[in-house]
Design a protein around this ligand. Structure first.
Ligand SMILES: CC1=C(/C=C/C(C)=C/C=C/C(C)=C/C=C/C=C(C)/C=C/C=O)C(C)(C)CCC1
Ligand SMILES: [Fe+2]
Length: 557
């Protein structure tokens, strides 16, 4: 197979080789002039590995030489080299012929504006990566999402909107007051859709973050930004869960209410932009709702977690980040799990549970007795041993300063058992011995056919210690309580994403896709067999890509 051949017809193909090695590169009109419009860049050994054919000069980002000093050069935590790229990857191994479609992965891939470097992993401007599989071939692409926040940064060469931890510096007192007013209206919040990407039942592909305005429609083929996804209802609010539950028939999400602490559970039909309220959960602890990055569902219920790590209005207003950023840990406020009937909006259980810290729920299902009556809801998540320090560990400074110490906080598959018999308490325990996955655990996926149903397998990132970030791919067998781990020294793998083989009858019959950022600055797309968890194929990128967060699968029509 011709390696790294560009599809010239698209007119979007980009060769870093002709631009990156030049000592001066003038940004094109459409380019991102992050510095002074021209910049110098040292020749990089990686440049020799890039394709030679180009039809359009790329926008190449400054080299961030400051970041590359000493041991701080892992490509996973370094801004993406250029604004966009497309090319066919050289594949080792064999891509199954049945794998036909597009994997999209979103994440914060650009962590600087001009000379200013962002501080937290979640601050970066969204980089969308595409892996298109067809007839055993693999075409890759990446592109920056053209959010208002990103475009304003490009135009003004400075941060213009409030990101996860970054706040624009006001020029004077008046602009400071204006910024505060804008915060309340939501105008100063970012629309940098850097967290996830979903395919709606009607085929639209939407990139998401936790701000509602950061819902952006993209073209899965070209990665073009098509425009804002405007919610046509009048539900208001500024934030939502970054992980809606999306199936071919519905879109479910949670809208935290910061003024009257609680959550709206809402549903949207395919083809519509209007969310309708299923019901409301009032918080049982205070003073604000718990952070709700994701939530699980069963066949009949929506589970609303109320985590003691709560939104904090004061921290939202602060210019400088606190150790918990926009959040506050309130162990005294306790943790709760609420269960709402999807059909009626009624709350069928609301139980106090042990303190917990989770960002990602894995799945949930209904436990039945021998007569088929639902007795409990089981909800699994990546649980950080009720320790919030993971948030600080994900600061770029911490990620970039790894010197071999074992500093990744422990995590486990936390299993909530929520009784539906009116008992006031639920349980939280480890679903398997965390040693099985190196006591590191996050960024999970399952076979989507098992969403809300009893399931056996989860795929996640685990830990081979010592490490400062999850560095393995792990297949977790929740029945046998065992894990199988993939590891390569110095590699940072992104969320393993399961794609089922069409017609499969076994839960793990399919492939797992991940993207690997290597220690030496390279990177590749990796395919593992979902059942054996052995490598099937890898496709080498012309240069390593930064770490990314969540993906989705767009099957070929
Ligand atoms: C921009 C504002 C906010 C944005 C919040 C965002 C972008 C939150 C993103 C959260 C993510 C990506 C969480 C991922 C967690 C991954 C973990 C724990 C991985 C662990 C590995 O071991 C708000 C904060 C909503 C407020 C307003 C402004
Ligand atoms: Fe997430």
């Amino acid at each position: 197979m011709a390696s790294l051949a560009f599809s010239a017809s698209i007119g979007r193909s980009i060769s870093p080789s002709n631009a990156m090695v030049s000592d001066k590169f003038e940004s094109r009109r459409e380019g991102f002039s992050l510095g002074k419009g021209t910049f110098a860049r040292k020749r990089d050994p990686r440049d020799s590995m890039v394709p030679k054919v180009a039809t359009q000069a790329p926008t190449v980002f400054p080299s961030l030489e400051k970041e590359l000093a000493g041991d701080r050069n892992h490509v996973a935590w370094t801004s993406v080299q250029q604004e966009r790229y497309e090319g066919e990857l050289d594949v080792q191994g064999e891509i199954p012929l049945w794998l036909s479609g597009t994997y999209l992965r979103n994440g914060p891939g650009m962590w600087h504006v001009g000379d200013y470097n962002f501080r937290h992993l979640f601050d970066g401007y969204a980089t969308l990566v595409r892996l298109h599989f067809e007839n055993g071939r693999l075409i890759a692409a990446h592109r920056q999402i053209e959010s208002e926040a990103y475009k304003a940064a490009k135009t003004n060469n400075k941060l213009c909107y409030r990101e996860f931890s970054e706040v624009p510096k006001p020029d004077n007192f008046l602009s400071y007051v204006g910024e505060l007013v804008n915060l309340f209206s939501g105008a100063s919040l970012t629309d940098n859709a850097n967290t996830g990407v979903v395919k709606l039942g009607d085929g639209r592909v939407v990139c998401l973050t936790e701000t509602q305005k950061g819902s952006i429609v993209v073209d899965p083929n070209t990665l073009d930004t098509l425009g804002k996804f405007e919610y046509s209802d009048s539900l208001g609010g500024l934030i939502h869960s970054a992980h809606p539950i999306v199936t071919d028939t519905e879109f479910l999400t949670l809208l935290p209410d910061l003024f009257r602490p609680g959550y709206l559970v809402v549903r949207m039909e395919p083809g519509s932009n209007e969310r309708k309220v299923i019901g409301r959960v009032d918080c049982r602890g205070g003073p604000a709702p718990g952070w709700v990055h994701s939530f699980p569902v069963t066949e009949h219920y929506v589970i609303v977690p109320e985590m003691p790590l709560r939104y904090c209005a004061q921290n939202l207003l602060r210019a400088e980040p606190t150790p918990l950023y926009k959040f506050e840990w309130h162990p005294d406020s306790k943790g709760f799990m609420h269960v709402m009937c999807k059909a009626s909006g009624k709350i069928v259980a609301s139980v106090e549970v042990p303190l917990f810290v989770t960002f990602h729920f894995i799945n949930a299902y209904e436990e039945k007795d021998e007569d088929g009556r639902v007795t409990a809801v089981i909800a699994d998540c990546c649980e950080h041993n009720s320790d919030t320090t993971i948030l600080e560990k994900l600061s770029l400074q911490n990620l970039r300063s790894f010197m071999g110490e074992d500093v990744l906080p422990d995590a486990r598959v936390g299993r909530f058992i929520i009784p539906l018999d009116g008992s006031p308490y639920g349980k939280l325990e480890a679903a398997l011995d965390p040693e099985e996955h190196g006591k590191g655990m996050d960024m999970c996926s399952i076979n989507p056919a098992y969403l809300g149903k009893k399931y056996r397998y989860a795929y996640a990132c685990g830990a081979q210690r010592p490490c400062n970030f999850p560095n393995t791919l792990t297949k977790i067998d929740l029945l046998e309580k065992k894990a199988k781990n993939w590891y390569e020294e110095g590699a940072v793998p992104s969320e393993p994403f399961f794609v089922a083989r069409p017609g499969a009858t076994e839960e793990d019959d399919g492939v797992v896709i991940s993207m690997i950022s290597e220690k030496n600055g390279d990177g590749y797309a990796l395919l593992l067999d979902g059942s054996t968890f052995e490598e099937i194929a890898r496709g080498k990128f012309p240069y390593g890509l930064p770490y990314g967060l969540h993906g989705c699968w767009v099957p070929k029509k």
